[in-house]
Design a protein around this ligand. Structure first.
Ligand SMILES: NC(=O)c1ccc[n+]([C@@H]2O[C@H](COP(=O)([O-])OP(=O)(O)OC[C@H]3O[C@@H](n4cnc5c(N)ncnc54)[C@H](OP(=O)(O)O)[C@@H]3O)[C@@H](O)[C@H]2O)c1
Length: 245
């Protein structure tokens, strides 16, 4: 399958790596600022992975060589399908919101399109590298961006806060960081199983134990739920202002 990948930064390079690893697209055509912006004539899909504020400038020069029947797959946050369709007339559009773990074929990706063939092509490209989740409405991509695309950083930030709390309880910074990173890895391996989040929590939180005491403190005054909803709402709001359009 001939795929042209526009943008080769953190996410674009992770996608290309995952495709190579899984043989999905062994040799995508990668367009960066450093190469002439020309699509091969048999391009089936154009995957756009530049920053939202840069997409119009990046797309304009390749319009002349992008086949009229190519499908546009955007992994950009905050860029609406209607704007992509207007800039790339006649091409079907799908939006995908992946995490960078697609590089190891362990990502998660939300997929939306109102065109069945474009949705199927997005699945063909991302199913091999991610757990793909179909969305019914485009607007939900912003929520998916917050709870998937951005969320790994939220988990790291929570781990950082836990490590700092461990230091406050007397651990050295090095010990606290190593222990917290190890805990994050353990949580990740639990998340890789089929068990529900509720069951994963119950496995660790025995009644009356230390974990349960900590979880009850998290729940008090809805502190954790409120921090999570504040962060997700802020990310969703930000997605609306990313393009500067
Ligand atoms: N990073 C994530 O975890 C993540 C997750 C979900 C979605 N996304 C989305 O993915 C997109 C890319 O994010 P990123 O983190 O990968 O950003 P990034 O690391 O800054 O990469 C953007 C890439 O686009 C290139 N670029 C800019 N203008 C170009 C042009 N005219 N022609 C060709 N390439 C051009 C940049 O090249 P230069 O280095 O030369 O500027 C850079 O390599 C964003 O829209 C973001 O919303 C990212």
């Amino acid at each position: 399958m001939q795929v042209t990948l526009l943008g080769h930064g953190r996410l674009g390079s992770a996608i290309a790596e995952g495709w190579r690893l899984t043989g999905t697209v062994p040799c995508p055509t990668v367009l960066t600022r450093a190469v002439p912006p020309v699509c091969p004539p048999d391009t089936l899909a154009l995957v756009i992975a530049v920053k939202p504020a840069a997409w119009r400038q990046a797309v304009a020069p390749i319009l002349a060589t992008l086949p009229a029947d190519a499908t546009v797959i955007s992994v950009m946050a905050g860029v609406r399908a209607a704007d992509l369709s207007a800039a790339l007339p006649g091409r079907a559009v799908a939006r995908v919101m992946p995490t960078t773990a697609v590089a190891q074929a362990q990502g998660v990706a939300a997929i939306w399109s109102d065109d069945a063939a474009a949705r199927a092509l997005a699945h063909a490209l991302f199913d091999p590298v991610a757990d793909t989740v179909d969305l019914d409405e485009e607007v939900l991509i912003d929520a998916a961006t917050a709870v998937a695309g951005s969320a790994p950083a939220f988990f790291y930030a929570l781990a950082q806060a836990l490590a700092a709390a461990g230091v406050a309880e007397g651990l050295t910074p090095d010990a606290a960081e190593r222990l917290t990173r190890g805990a994050l890895r353990s949580a990740g391996s639990g998340a890789a199983t089929e068990a529900s989040l509720e069951a994963l929590i119950a496995r660790i939180a025995s009644p009356g134990g230390t974990t349960q005491a900590g979880l009850m403190a998290f729940a008090e005054g809805h502190g954790l739920a409120s921090a999570a909803s504040t962060a997700v709402a802020a990310a969703v709001r930000r997605a609306h202002g990313l393009t500067g359009d």
